[in-house]
Design a protein around this ligand. Sequence first.
Ligand code: SF4
Length: 162
Amino acid sequence: MQIKNLLQAVPRVLFSNAPLDAQLIVTRRCNLSCGYCSEYDSFSQPVPLEDLKERIDALHRLGSVNITLLGGEPLMHPDVAEITRYAGRKANVSVVTNGFLLRNGVITALNDAGLNNLTVSIDTLHADLPVPQSTCRPPHLQVYLCNTLLFNDVRIMQLVRF
Ligand code: SF4
């Protein structure tokens, strides 16, 4: 994980009990429906931007070193770039995504907003699009690939081969 302002972050965690990472759910809605998952639905509205800003303000007051945007699928939030920019004023920002909504425009917007880390969680290989690592490289986003072998037994051999 890339951590900006490392020299300020270390004493914050060591001497003021600031959280190293805070996870912020920006929407419960997801474009996938993994069988083992209970963290999503197909109908929730995105958490309003103003509510998220209040929560981010609270995390900034706590001194959280990193704020991770989660869902559901966080890229389904229409203001994900603005949320990233707002959170990034005083913290490192990470996004965990299933990857299927990553497009050049999205990646550029997140990069311009100052996103520090992007984690692609491979929950299925069944969608038509490949995981677009190559489109993440030009803006120099760090990409982490995770998978869910332990809980994804239906597709485990496909994932192992991948
Ligand atoms: S992509 Fe993630 S949030 Fe969406 S259903 Fe699968 S595991 Fe759950």
